[in-house]
Design a protein around this ligand. Structure first.
Ligand SMILES: [Mg+2]
Length: 125
């Protein structure tokens, strides 16, 4: 699991929640680091991308992924701050699996991530 968000506390909240579930999380802070992490860790099974990040936005990272055969179908969830919902259509056109507006419930995020990865076990309460 790769999480890219330029706000470290948000990345840590997501990492903590997902690691209480069955996931190991690599946390990075900009879009350039996100693409380098994909190169470095070929077994990443899902990517969570903040929309507004330095170097490359979440949508730019997603577009780069979709243009590369290695990551063309890798599930990706776009995370946004409130007020950026107008990018929803663009995210879906680029093949995002989901679009979540902050602040979101970490519990709901974990449930969605488990669905998208087909993780075994019951959905957490
Ligand atoms: Mg951001």
């Amino acid at each position: 699991m790769l999480v890219a968000d330029d706000e470290p506390h948000i990345g840590r909240i997501i990492q903590t929640k997902l690691e209480l579930g069955p996931f190991r999380v690599t946390l990075v802070y900009d879009g350039g680091e996100a693409l380098r992490a994909l190169e470095q860790y070929p077994d990443i099974e899902l990517v969570l991308l903040d929309l507004m990040m330095p170097v490359k936005t979440g949508l730019e990272v997603l577009a780069a992924m979709r243009a590369d055969a290695r990551w063309a179908t890798l599930p990706c969830v776009i995370l946004t701050a409130a007020g950026q919902d107008q990018r929803f259509d663009e995210a879906m056109r680029l093949g995002a699996a989901d679009f979540m507006t902050k602040p979101f419930s970490p519990k709901r995020l974990l449930a969605r991530v488990m669905e998208l990865t087909g993780a075994a076990g019951s959905t957490p309460e």
